[in-house]
Ligand binder design. Structure first.
Ligand code: SF4
Length: 334
């Protein structure tokens, strides 16, 4: 599959009175056409900041300080606001956690959908209304709801409207930032199934962001795990289900109850994420890692690529306990 999105060494900083907050540090990953790629990690790990950087929604004091973002071969970081606006909705759109962050509470659904359509596509008012009706039908909402204000819809319906809006111009990439977190599990299940159905029908790629790793394991093709602003592991869903490699990923998995099999006591991850103004030397996870060694405190682990993806951990580097495992998987690619 061809790469749709390529992120290379992306760095996003926030200026603060205490110094630079390195919210995203040297993050690199790709999303293929038609792929669902997940970004997971604790709150504050940089996943939403990465999404906002891609979709040009960062506001000062946040800024992209280094790196590149390429969509369909076009470098995005150099584009002016006007140039980027041409890509918004038609090539890239975003669904935020709470529908009320996407919807204007004092404007009816019809006007909001039509505004988005007409801002980017030339068509008559009647065609735009018909398109808005079509979009609502796509997400299983009666077209009569076009006459409603957002507060007259349930939370699940509002999120479906936002998904319809994101689909309005059939973009190549939809970023979904915790799209179901604010909803109860039954509504969440319905929305997730609708997203998967639409993705299958239209073939767009999704960057899906959540702290809910089990949900990600159900829907994503590949998963990137972020910790303290860095991408520490990227792997295929099947490989993650079989064996998470990074100690932080293992800790995340052990923080959720298993959906199948025997009940087990949840372990969780001790401690707290680091202060991103003064992150620890070496591996930023070392104060919380049960496998931390001397070199973990001294040297940042390199990001190693193999047939399973990317892993940044000294355990998998020369001399590390899991180095042989990495060698075996690398030989598999030859
Ligand atoms: Fe743990 Fe060291 Fe690996 Fe960091 S590099 S995750 S501290 S083993």
């Amino acid at each position: 599959m061809v790469n749709l999105l390529e992120i290379n060494n992306l760095c996003i900083d926030y200026d603060s009175p205490r110094g630079k907050v390195k919210a995203v540090h040297n993050v690199s990953f790709t999303i293929k056409k038609g792929e669902i790629f997940g970004l997971v990690g604790e709150s504050g790990c940089g996943k939403s900041t990465t999404a906002f950087g891609i979709s040009r929604l960062l506001r000062p004091p946040a800024q992209i300080s280094a790196g590149s973002i390429t969509l369909n071969g076009q470098e995005l970081t150099h584009l002016s606001e006007a140039e980027f606006d041409k890509l918004r909705w038609s090539h890239i759109s975003i669904v935020l956690q709470s529908a009320m962050n996407n919807l204007n509470p004092v404007i009816k659904i019809q006007e909001q959908l039509i505004d988005a359509i007409l801002a980017h596509k030339a068509m008559s008012a009647e065609e735009a209304i018909n398109h808005a009706k079509y979009l609502l039908r796509l997400v299983d909402i009666n077209e009569e709801r076009l006459a409603n204000f957002p507060h007259e819809l349930s939370g699940g319906m509002r999120q479906r409207v936002v998904i319809a809006m994101a689909l309005a111009l059939q973009p190549d990439l939809i970023i979904m930032d915790e799209p179901t977190t604010a909803l109860d599990v039954v509504v969440q299940n319905g929305i997730i199934h609708k997203i998967l159905e639409l993705q299958k029908d239209f073939g767009f790629s999704i960057l899906f962001i959540t702290h809910d790793l089990p949900l990600m394991l159900e829907i994503c093709d590949r998963i990137g795990v972020m910790y303290a602003g860095e991408l520490v592991e990227v792997t295929k869903r099947e490989d993650l289900m079989e064996q998470a490699r990074h100690p932080y990923t293992q800790g995340l998995l052990e923080s959720f109850p298993p959906l199948k099999g025997e009940k087990r006591r949840l372990k969780g991850i001790s401690g707290h994420p680091p202060d991103l103004v003064t992150p620890p030397d070496g591996c930023s996870f070392h104060p919380r890692c049960p496998y931390a060694m001397l070199q973990c405190k001294q040297k940042e682990p390199e990001k190693l690529h193999d047939n399973k993806g990317i892993i940044a951990c000294h355990l998998y580097q020369e001399g590390g306990h899991r180095f042989e495992q990495l060698q075996t998987t690398s030989e598999g690619t030859k």
